[in-house]
Design a protein around this ligand. Structure first.
Ligand SMILES: *Cc1c(COP(=O)(O)O)cnc(C)c1O
Length: 379
């Protein structure tokens, strides 16, 4: 089945009790058992809930995965991955990652004995010297947030296989419509469903998709034991959002490409980060592992002045200044003071998060209105 058909049908069946076409919101914590231990697979909603179960089947199909687990947030899903490890274990992570992930790694899991190495991953060489007998996991995010670097997932899958490490790919920016890391050799795909998959800025949710049965058992145990699950209403909203994921992504990509080219030609704009440019350092990798280039763009201003950047985003009217991304509406953010403020300034500078860097999540409004808004804000 093609992606568009799976988005609408995978894991979704008319409700067995009523024939309802849409998956009902099973707003229940528990389930009647005719005799103790007798049930239809549902005992308690932390362990499994029918609405969440339908979502897990649907979304794992979109990642061509055998298994899927939904969590209460993207960070809860990342946290579950870290709980696969033991004190003393080491993780090699891209140094260019979501600020909240960096905070979870360094401020929470380091306290429990995990060790993190942050490395540039624009080419797959250069991390082998960080691998030792304690190394257990490689963490990649691609495209990266907010500088839109591209990591070659297949190349890191090879490194992971060679050293028997678990490769996790944060696929939030691409969404399963643009990129399927498991097909490229990753062991676990992680999503902040909050972003493109939910798509309507109304849900916080995380997801893990994977093929390995043993890893699935461990993660399901963690999901149930820790209890960071999503509620049935949220699962319903995401199932609804996914039905148009392909249509939304096509428009995000189309608008994103137009905005990227327009910004690049503007005299007040210095650098534009977008993997669709042939001049992007890993354009060839992006082209081979992604279906299109997405709607996320970041750019800096000539002179790199923070006040100028603040003035510019404050003048925007179609774009709203806000955290988050991937919703139908265009959003603008200032990574250095918003999403990435948890990363120390020296670390930020190393990865190109300059003072004037502005991140755009290009929505699906009419492109003329989006460009006109940027034009008046930059004037
Ligand atoms: C938002 C985000 C997360 C965290 O997800 P939440 O749903 O906010 O917990 C992780 N990774 C990336 C790339 C994100 O954009």
């Amino acid at each position: 089945m093609k992606f568009e058909t799976k988005a609408i049908h995978a894991g979704i069946e008319p409700d067995s009790a009523t024939g309802a076409i849409m998956t009902p919101i099973y707003q229940t914590s528990t389930y009647a058992q005719p005799r103790p231990g007798e049930h239809k697979g549902y005992e308690y909603s932390r362990t499994l809930n029918p609405t969440r179960h339908a979502l897990e089947k649907n979304l794992s199909a979109l990642e061509n995965a055998k298994h899927g687990l939904a969590f209460g947030s993207g960070l809860a899903a990342i946290d579950a991955c870290m709980r696969l490890l033991d004190p003393g274990d080491e993780v090699i992570s891209t140094n260019d990652l979501y600020g909240g992930t960096y905070r979870l790694f360094t401020k929470v899991h380091e306290r429990y004995g995990l060790k993190f190495h942050f490395a540039g991953m624009q080419n797959s060489g250069g991390i082998e010297n960080l691998i030792n007998e304690n190394t257990k996991m490689i963490w990649v995010e691609t495209p990266t947030n907010p500088t839109m670097n591209i990591i070659d997932i297949a190349a890191f899958a090879e490194v992971a296989k060679k050293h028997k490490l678990i490769l996790v790919a944060d696929n939030t920016f691409a969404s399963p419509f643009l990129q399927n890391p498991l097909d490229l050799g990753a062991d676990i795909v992680m999503h902040s469903v909050t972003k493109y998959i939910g798509g309507h800025s109304d849900v916080i949710m995380g997801f893990l998709a994977l093929n390995d049965d043993v890893l699935r058992e461990k993660l399901a145990f963690i999901q149930n034991s820790v209890g960071a699950v999503c509620g049935p209403m949220d699962a319903f909203l995401v199932l609804r959002g996914i039905k148009t994921l392909h249509l939304r992504m096509e428009r995000h990509c189309e608008n994103g490409a137009k905005v990227a080219h327009w910004l690049k030609a503007h005299p007040k704009v210095d650098k534009v980060h977008w993997p669709g440019f042939e001049s992007h350092p890993n354009h060839a990798v992006a082209k081979s592992q992604m279906r299109d280039f997405g709607g996320m763009i970041s750019f800096s201003l000539v002179g790199d002045n923070i006040d100028q950047a603040f003035d510019l985003i404050s003048k925007m009217r179609v774009f709203t200044i806000a955290e988050s991304l991937g919703g139908v509406e265009s959003l603008a953010g200032h990574p250095a003071t918003m999403t990435h403020s948890a990363i120390p300034k020296e670390e930020r500078a190393k990865i190109g998060i300059t003072d004037s860097l502005i991140r755009l999540s290009v929505g699906i409004e009419h492109i003329d209105d989006i460009i006109a808004d940027l034009e008046q804000a930059l004037s």
